[in-house]
Design a protein around this ligand. Sequence first.
Ligand code: NAP
Length: 485
Amino acid sequence: MVDDDRELRFAIIGAGMAGILSAIKLKEAGLTDVTVYEKADRVGGTWRENTYPGLSCDVPSHLYSYSFAPTPDWSHRFSPGDEIQQYFERVAREHDVEQQTRFGAAVTRCRFEDGMWHIETEGGHRDVVDVVIAATGVLHHPKLPEFDGLDDFEGALFHSARWDHDVPLEGARVGIVGTGSTAVQMVSALVDRVDKLSLFQRTAQWIMPQDNPPYSEDEKSEFRANPEQLAELRANLTRVFDTFANAIVDADSPEMKMIAGMCRENLENNVRDPELREALRPDYQAACKRLIISPDFYEAIQRPNAALVTGAIERVEAAGVRTRDGRLHELDVLVLATGFKTDAFMRPMTVIGRNGESLAQAWAARPSAYMSVSIPGFPNFFMLNGPNGPVGNFSLIEVAELQFGYIMQLLEPLRSGERREVSATRGAMEQHEAARVQAVEKTVWVTGCRSWYLDDRGIPATWPWSFDRFRSEMQSPHSAAFEYR
Ligand code: NAP
């Protein structure tokens, strides 16, 4: 309770995976004075925005689901994107999250004044709350390449996260720029539908082979009848992913070597033409960039109607893409699978903290946060999947659940009325950041590649320790790291 005897009032920004989670968990804790602000007209976040052919999650579905909402119904080990979107919609509906959500309401400004957050939306709606939870996602703002002549292209042109479903693909010559997780999933899904597929590769990628079997009706019935089997499956998947998470933070670990070996074998055994094999062979260590998981990318890129284009892109022209070797690759559709601006977080929203300090000032150098949830000088403002948190090939749902539990503990003195404000101290933030920057030295992310994990200094903007350490940090906040008023 705040001292006027009312419960805390919350604004959750974003109705994606982390926003839905926050609304459900707040209600469970008896906190119902909550508004979720969502810029779009539906819940789902990244799974609403990404609808490209082949979209799926490369974290197994039984792990990429809320711990409190397991489902026996996943169709595949790695289920497709629309199924994941339906899962989030269903969970949100079952917990009445939609009733608490203001749709079409992009928050443009949050200002901390007189102990409260004053919120404004694009449409001019205003609200005053005690606590803000920014659940705005990370891979959110498309990053567009600055090719000369991009506007001259006469075919259909769009970013992978803005797929235009009105554009016919059958019989089309389709170009894809990029070789990240997105592009790789698209290549496998499109190659049999289009007339010709050209993949413009700037950097080759290691590919980890993983089968994607469907779950049979018998298996699903078994999960339905024996929820403990589902729990066991999730526990097993967690163990596998923990091994991976621990390997990537120790570039010399035997597990990392094993992963590298699997990727190398995949390339050697599954790409027949030696010239193509060499063109697809990365010159850096596996998992330095985010590891790509695919059962069939090599098979797809070897189809007769697929071409791997390794020549640098010179410019885009009316008829297609011209590479530096002078060749024109004629196209009807050009898809930019060129990734996202990964340092935006809740921006361009304006956030003004205590004493008028803006987020733009606090993050002038680059985004930072203590334990990736709290920014010094921005009391009662928390982020889920904020800067420098665990990223990699594991479930961001578990990350958000752990962070949410941590935030709830920080809020206890506010709920009891003992305190009004809480934020990390600058000292704790600086110490945490110094330790983090030192620890990244051992990780695979600094072994010599360009990736979206690296900040402007080339330092990975990630959690550099084991996932177990993250779990243990999230168990209980260090009280000395936080300033209460
Ligand atoms: P990404 O990993 O950032 O890849 C972008 C690709 O575009 C890279 O190959 C990059 O080349 C290329 N590129 C960018 N600018 C270019 C330019 N000017 N000229 C030529 N090539 C250019 O983006 P993404 O594939 O959308 O994936 C982003 C993240 O989303 C993933 O890492 C993952 O975290 C998440 N994701 C997850 C899944 C999943 O299954 N869970 C699926 C899709 C995406 P360089 O490598 O040379 O920079």
